[in-house]
Design a protein around this ligand. Structure first.
Ligand code: UT7
Length: 322
């Protein structure tokens, strides 16, 4: 049977740093509220940097880290809900910008769970025997879809990209991947995007930007995070003693802290970088995994889980041997 494994990782964060203090100039908030309720201290804004450019820089790092000739890449998947265009997709522009051969390249939209969805797709396409080296990217410029008059959401998001090369392997690196969705009929977390109506008006309207019922999304997130960890344990007949590390989507430090207590899994084995980047949606998981590897927290031979949840509503988890 064909398996897949992570053979390289990379990430990119834009230079512009926005601190909690910066928000106090135009909304009623404080560093104390933001850091104690979310764990966020600062985040990065893309400004003029395109989603494509963030994806490109992260991909260059991932390709270098995999140590493969980029001509071997035969599949490109970009998880994003903040592509530069409706079409072409970030993935197709990325194929061209990297100078890859004309390979299959497509974007997927599963919000903050998008990167693990993309890992799942790459894994199954490699298992089929048809593909050998997938470039999988999570890239987001969600601050372009943020209502900066809404203190409930505007302090949360940041921009970034993370990338991974997932390659064919004799041994299972991606041991198991779960991806799920349950349509958000109550609009708990929604970004409508400009409609033709909006374009006629030549400006987006407030309801087109990100809107979130934070309290209910928090409850959903903690529930599915714990359930997905337990499902991966049960499906693979293992216990948390077999897991060296858990890398969660960085939406709120309190969500990760609650999951750590509910699972009785130590917080110092739950990777955290939310203080520096905020919630970067589909970029959050690959950015966190890449940093954990660079910091030598995740080492070759370690077994870790990565879990994400978000708009859709979607959630996903992967059990990985690095
Ligand atoms: O990545 C996708 C998944 N997203 C998530 O998982 C996010 C899940 N939700 C959360 O992380 C949290 O619900 C938030 C961080 C969004 C909000 O934290 P909370 O502890 O749930 O606060 P809350 O919504 O219950 O609001 C408490 C109070 C409210 O004031 P009142 O109504 O009690 O007077 C808010 O208006 O805090 C107020 N508030 C703020 N105050 C200062 C909300 N945002 C702010 C702010 N600064 N930025």
């Amino acid at each position: 049977m064909n398996h897949s494994k992570i053979s390289g990782t990379g990430s990119y964060v834009p230079e512009m740093i926005v601190t909690n203090e910066d928000f106090t100039k135009y909304i009623e908030t404080s560093d104390e509220w933001i850091s104690s309720r979310t764990g966020i201290k600062e985040r990065r804004y893309a400004g003029d940097v395109s989603t494509l450019d963030m994806a490109y820089h992260a991909s260059l790092e991932a390709i270098a880290s995999a140590g493969i000739d980029q001509s071997l890449i035969d599949l490109v998947i970009v998880a994003t809900v903040s592509a530069d265009n409706v079409f072409p997709g970030v993935s197709q522009m990325l194929q061209a910008k990297l100078g890859l051969d004309p390979v299959m390249a497509f974007d997927i939209n599963a919000a903050c769970s998008g990167f693990i969805y993309a890992m799942n797709i790459a894994d199954k396409m490699i298992q089929s025997g048809a593909y050998k080296h997938a470039l999988v990217v999570g890239a987001e410029a969600l601050t372009r879809w943020t209502d900066f008059s809404d203190r409930n959401t505007c302090v949360l998001f940041g921009d970034a990209a993370g990338a991974m090369i997932i390659s064919k392997s004799d041994e299972a690196g991606l041991i198991d991947v779960i991806s799920k969705a349950q349509g958000d009929v109550d609009d708990l977390l929604i970004c409508k995007n400009p409609s033709p109506k909006t374009l006629v008006n030549h400006q987006a309207e407030i309801q087109d930007f990100i809107q979130m019922d934070g309290r209910n999304v928090f409850k959903f997130a903690t529930k599915v995070l714990v359930a997905t960890v337990n499902e991966l344990l049960e499906r693979n007949n293992i216990t948390l003693d077999d897991i060296d590390y858990i890398v969660c989507h960085q939406a709120n430090e309190r969500i990760i802290d609650k999951a750590s207590r509910d699972l009785d899994f130590p917080m110092d084995k739950m990777y955290l970088n939310i203080s520096r980047y905020g919630n970067t949606s589909a970029a959050s998981v690959p950015l966190a995994i890449d940093e954990a590897i660079k910091e030598n927290i995740i080492k070759v031979g370690d077994t870790f889980m990565t879990i994400a949840f978000g708009g859709g509503l979607t959630w996903a988890g992967a059990l990985v041997k690095y």
